[in-house]
Design a protein around this ligand. Structure first.
Ligand SMILES: Cc1ncc(COP(=O)(O)O)c(C=O)c1O
Length: 420
């Protein structure tokens, strides 16, 4: 993964974005400093000379340093030494209660298992509910690093065709039947129905129903990766029901993470599922030996959620992400004109805009034009099979002014290329 510090990002962009009227200044804000944002501390960094639209995470100015500082202080004051103990194997009940309430009123703490984020949850499911050699069905274009985790656990990945509405239920059915007729066990199907990575799309209610019906009929477990679910950008905030809720809490495991809303360094999330699956997974030696992962952090986040600060922070963050999305979209639209050589989605939430070329460009041409424009984008083929030369453009990692600049430069470079 390449990551670049958005050099020259302008925090004033964020101060200019409309703040929600309920926002207390102490709960969120561009309070981070960047002195230690360097290799050896953070995972990786991209080329500083490019505007980097590759990273699928937040601009350092959007990471709520002071909010977390207060949350850890409050959790330590409230829980004292219990915050530093091994935590309850399944996760502290206070954390599981607030997580259940975030998911659905019909969900209780018994349905929640604390995890160190979605990567951990995928590893846990791949090792606890599947055997090496089993088939996992994945979206034709989907989160590449998640696939890597499953493949490293010895699972065989099989892409299922998708369309503008996400995974095709008829194709899911034939993939399951085909795998089974070849003597293979299908362990689960992995989907991201809401604010998809990389396409930004949201699966319709009708498609969700069809998908659940096929999976239930065939007895295939669905793993629902809901990493961006809290980041709806339309007003009123779009938050489609989860597959988990629609399926009546059976046959679906939903995965939640705070990586996209608070910060990936927290390594905290949870899975929500029927109790029997939670109990099967929590008996894993990992939990028995170490208790729930990141217990202290989970208590800090519990305070944020129960005090209402998490929801205020989400309002603040959505405003910033919307400004960023619109800056990139606006510049691309203005620059590409009425018969654009590049088409792109208008994401209703999440971090990503998916762009594809209409001309006879190859993906390498698209990437080369972007590089000439001084912009780095993630190549579409990284995410699986694509139907046209494509790229993912993240609007989460740069300031609005940098994104507007990136959009204008990309549009100009591609138009020039087309007219050559
Ligand atoms: C769809 C999706 N799932 C999971 C993750 C990783 O989540 P976590 O940081 O909780 O491991 C990402 C991060 O890019 C993602 O885009």
């Amino acid at each position: 993964m390449t990551t670049g510090l958005p050099m020259g990002a302008d925090p004033a962009d964020d101060r200019a974005a409309a703040a929600p009227s309920t926002e207390p200044s102490s709960t969120a804000g561009p309070l981070s400093h960047r002195r230690r944002w360097q290799l050896g501390v953070v995972q990786s960094m991209g080329p500083p000379e490019l505007i980097d639209l590759v990273p699928g995470y937040l601009d350092p100015d959007l990471l709520p340093v002071d909010l977390l500082r207060g949350a850890y202080r409050d959790a330590l004051a409230e829980f004292g030494s219990a915050a530093l103990s091994y935590g309850d194997n399944q996760g502290a009940v206070e954390f599981r209660e607030v997580m259940a309430s975030l998911v659905s009123p019909a969900c209780g703490p018994e349905h929640v298992l604390s995890t160190a984020g979605t990567s951990h949850a995928l590893h846990l499911i791949a090792t606890g509910l599947a055997d090496p050699g089993d088939v996992v069905l994945v979206e034709q274009t989907g989160y590449d690093l998640g696939r890597g985790i499953l493949a490293d656990c010895g699972l065989r990945l099989r892409e299922v065709p998708t369309d503008d509405d996400g995974l095709d239920p008829a194709a899911l059915r034939s993939s399951v039947l085909e795998a089974r007729s070849g003597g293979q066990r299908v362990a689960f199907v992995l989907v991201t129905p809401t604010f998809h990575n990389p396409t930004g799309r949201v699966m319709s209610l009708e498609r969700r129903r069809e998908l659940i019906a096929v999976a239930h009929h065939l007895g295939v477990l669905v793993v629902e990766d809901d990493a961006y679910a809290d980041l709806g950008l339309t007003e009123p905030t779009l938050r489609p029901p989860t597959l988990l809720e629609m399926a009546g809490f059976t046959g679906v495991i939903a995965l939640r993470t705070f990586s996209k809303t608070l910060g990936p360094g927290l390594r905290l999330g949870c899975m929500v599922a029927e109790q029997s699956l939670v109990q099967r997974l929590v008996s894993h030696g990992y939990f028995v030996s170490g208790g729930a992962p990141n217990h202290t952090t989970s208590l800090a986040i519990t305070r944020l959620i129960s005090d209402g600060d998490y929801h205020r922070h989400l309002e603040w963050l959505r405003t910033r992400l919307r400004t960023r999305r619109d800056a990139l979209l606006g510049a691309l639209r203005d620059g590409l004109g009425t018969d654009p050589v590049l088409r792109f989605t208008t994401p209703a939430g999440g971090y990503f805009l998916w762009a594809w070329s209409r001309g006879d460009h190859r993906e390498t041409d698209l990437l080369a034009a972007a590089a000439r424009a001084g912009v780095a984008v993630a190549e579409g083929s990284r995410f699986g099979t694509t139907s046209a030369p494509s790229a993912r453009l993240a609007y989460s990692f740069n300031s609005p002014s940098r994104l507007a600049d990136a959009g204008a430069r990309l549009a100009e470079a591609l138009t020039l290329e087309q007219n050559r």
